[in-house]
Design a protein. Sequence first.
Length: 215
Amino acid sequence: MDVREVTIPVGNVELVADVILPADSVGVVLFAHGSGSSRHSPRNVAVARVLNQRALGTVLVDLLTPAEDAVDSRTAELRFNIELLADRLAAIVDWLGAEQATRGLPIGLFGASTGAAAALVSAAARPGQVDAVVSRGGRPDLARSALAAVRAPTLLLVGGLDDEVIALNEQARAQLSGTVELHIVPGATHLFEEPGTLDQVTAAAGDWFTRHLTR
């Protein structure tokens, strides 16, 4: 298994990412973390490890530079800048398509919280390159008008006790025009901290990406 820390040039900044590519990878999943989180998010790392076991490569990336993250930790002004995050995700999708190790592999996006909105906007901007999207406890509503342009099959995962986010995901589901499923995990709150609930998330995400990224 190829495990690397890489620096990805995106516009006028460089972003650090952890890339894991199992032997004979059948696809690669790019993660967009949520508000105030990073590529070291234990929940996203847990999901990534399960995907690796299914022969799916993973890219966990910090979408903000250290300087930007320092500003955001004080002001929270960048974590909700969906346009900025989506533009960076789309640039990384382009990078994956050009890199020798990942060129030709189907690409999935996994977004958590506000990262889900960025993932959906990126999917809308790269309809021929993004093959599947999974949102975990996401805010797809923040993708707004981009939702109607998403063509990639999309799975919306929400905790059964996360009432407000369930409502927002139901609204987003109605606006998504392609294949879309809303999966509610019983007994789970927003961060899926209850025993066994994150396991359900990883299993559902793994099934979705295996189905839609395997050619």
